[in-house]
Design a protein around this ligand. Structure first.
Ligand SMILES: *[C@@H]1O[C@H](CO)[C@@H](O)[C@H](O)[C@H]1NC(C)=O
Length: 343
């Protein structure tokens, strides 16, 4: 099945870097807040098995026994998230292309969005196609809208060299043409950079003409992300395309793990490795991408992962991706607020 492909164990870097949170200039800072039980019972926003059997990450279907994790909504500290209105989302997206570019966490968010839009117009003759191995397209023909996900773990180039193997070129992006002619771009990259050992996707780093077998992975991430930022500044016309960055989603691949976790944590949480890099690179862009800062809200949801309820057997314990319905729905509520809510 197409959606469960390409899940990889994510390994959490162990170095914590302290950073100071800055309030959003627009007035509402969605990045801080807490998870509360939705007394109005609007959450979960859907029942994946019943409403959207075409999506993955449906933990209930794979026998997750507890249900409380479905009942929470994200409440920002200083304001309320508007209710996700899928019809309004589509009305504002007539004739538009929205593209997620990123890893399987980006795919997780895209899947949530396809379900949220589908339940808003359940009689639509939507199509879900896989144009290539890397590009999945959800189309709603009644609105001429396409919501796409393009697989790309690093954003910068990974090339295969016969002699040396896989080379991650930190200062080069040659696949960017696929990101053009799109109305809304939502990028992410992070987790692939944290991999080590067998799950590491490269053999060498390259910067300029210099090949390096090893360097600090967060340093490499910073160079790679800066290359992406430069690409956006030189190739995207901000009057035509909105550029967003899906911030780092915390994983809970650590000693405590995520199995049998049924409640959110209260916090506070330590700064997450790499989150300061994301903020500083984005703030240095000529036209800064809009950051969907989901780091704290994911740090607080050790209970939100599939763990052994992935349909792939109990030896596979996934504390990186997220159950649907679940935490990524809140990311899309924030996306909705940022795109259409006048925040
Ligand atoms: C979907 O297609 C069917 C068959 O062509 C048509 O009858 C129906 O009206 C379409 N649905 C919408 C929402 O346009």
């Amino acid at each position: 099945m197409v959606f469960t492909m390409w899940l990889r164990p994510l390994i959490l870097a162990s170095v914590f870097v302290w950073a100071v949170a800055t309030p959003s200039p627009q007035g509402c800072d969605f990045s801080h807040g807490r998870w509360i039980i939705d007394e109005a019972s609007l959450h979960p926003l859907y029942d994946a098995s019943r409403d959207c059997p075409f999506i993955g990450f449906d933990c209930s279907r794979y026998a997750r026994p507890d249900k409380d994790y479905l009942k929470y909504r994200w409440m920002p500290s200083g304001c309320d998230l508007p209710r996700f209105d899928g019809k309004k989302f589509l009305e504002r997206s007539i004739g538009k292309k929205i593209m997620f570019v990123g890893d399987s966490i980006s795919n997780n968010m895209w899947q949530s969005l396809t379900c949220l839009l589908h339940i808003a117009v359940p009689n639509s003759n939507y199509t879900l196609t896989s144009q290539t191995q890397e590009l999945l397209v959800f189309s709603v023909p009644e609105y001429k809208a396409s919501i796409m996900w393009l697989k790309n773990g690093f954003l910068v180039d990974l090339v295969h060299d016969k002699e040396r193997g896989r080379i991650l070129k930190l200062d080069s992006i040659s696949s960017g043409d696929q990101w053009k002619e799109v109305d809304v771009l939502i990028f992410n990259t992070y987790h692939w950079w944290t991999h080590t050992g067998q799950s590491q996707g490269w053999d060498y780093f390259q910067v300029g003409n210099e090949l390096r077998k090893e360097m600090d992975h967060m340093e490499a991430f910073k160079i790679g992300l800066s290359t992406w930022a430069k690409w956006v500044d030189s190739n995207i016309d901000p009057s035509k395309t909105r550029v967003l960055f899906q911030g780092i989603a915390a994983s809970h691949v650590d000693k405590k793990g995520c199995l049998r976790q049924t409640q959110p944590d209260e916090g506070p949480m330590p700064p997450y490795p790499g989150a300061d890099i994301v903020k500083s690179v984005i703030s240095n862009m000529a036209k800064p991408a809009e950051l969907l800062d989901i780091t704290l809200l994911t740090q607080l949801r050790r209970d939100g992962h599939p763990s052994i309820y992935t349909g792939r057997g109990t030896s596979f314990d996934d504390c990186s991706h997220w159950c649907l319905a679940g935490v990524p729905d809140a990311w899309n509520e924030i996306l909705y607020a940022v795109l259409f809510g006048n925040y």
